[in-house]
Design a protein around this ligand. Sequence first.
Ligand SMILES: Nc1ncnc2c1ncn2[C@@H]1O[C@H](COP(=O)(O)OP(=O)(O)O)[C@@H](O)[C@H]1O
Ligand SMILES: [Mg+2]
Length: 352
Amino acid sequence: MVAAAALLLFQSMSESSWLDNYNWLQPIGEGGMGSVYLAEDKRNGNAPCVIKQIKYEYKDLASQAEMIKVCQREADLLRKLNHRGIVKFLDDHYSVEGLYVVMEYIPGSNLEGVMNKEGPLDSETVVRIGLQCCDVLEYLHSAEPPIIYRDLKPSNLMLRPDGLVVFIDFGIARDFEPKGPATRVVTSGYSPPEQYFGKPEPRGDLYSLGATMHHLLTGVRPKPLTACHPAALNSGVLPALDALIFQMTSHDKDERPPSARAVQYELFRIYQSLHPDFEIPDLGIEEEFEEEERERREELRTEVRLRRMRNPRGTSSQKRLQSEDDDDTEAGGVAGLFARFKDWVNNITGRQ
Ligand SMILES: Nc1ncnc2c1ncn2[C@@H]1O[C@H](COP(=O)(O)OP(=O)(O)O)[C@@H](O)[C@H]1O
Ligand SMILES: [Mg+2]
């Protein structure tokens, strides 16, 4: 009893000294699990950072243990990841008052906020966002064991002012154990069907990316468990992009593209159709595979064309595509943020 009281006292003392390491500035996000604060790290020249505080009920030991597990999982995952498209982990702290994860501050806005402000995005902008997401997913899926992100949606992606996309919120990503039991976590509209039965696998992230791109192109949250067909809502969506998203959000995971790299390759091809001088970087994809994919895509395009003939065209007010000239700096709005897109492409194989 005395030992327990001493432990509590010790924990709250270490808590107050830990909290003092930061200037807490303002809340920037409120989610189901806790709050996200903008802060400054006093030990690092008041550098801006973000602290995610996860509150739990101390009296309920079982839920406390579960919360600590989720938080530690997020911290452990972030600690070992190193990719410019993934928020960097800085510190963590566990105490009787709550759990804290400290991350680098990503300037800009999450993509849900961007969409609320700008309305639906044009095909080219969504292709650039999708290309960057594929790079992060390929990095996560190639980890040993593979990491499935499992919560890809606009509010979990930050768009920095220089156009770089950064994944935040690793709360439910986990190391993938093919035979192990999986935690059942779903977000309606973005989660693939198999995740509802607790069987996440890397191609589930491709489904969520397809659903996210559909949302960005149309401003409409995708219907749960339905293959997305953004051109039905927005006739300005490029047919090849529509076909790719349709394939990515297929109910049957074997119908989806085989990997994030394969999706990235296809997105590069779409980008190239807008900028004929653009050279697709070597992604190490076999020629044979490319041929197979091309045939499959052609069949899908035909299917989408047929669907469109049956379905009246969408009416959404999509912004016009950017000019065909490869000039990122002239574009306004969100597209104008992509000044560094060429650097990103040049670095694609030499990521930091
Ligand atoms: N590192 C960060 N830099 C800037 N903003 C962030 C950062 N982390 C979170 N946010 C903001 O806070 C919101 C909620 O954060 P998130 O980690 O997704 O928590 P939740 O578990 O509540 O979904 C995000 O949508 C984003 O706008
Ligand atoms: Mg989130």
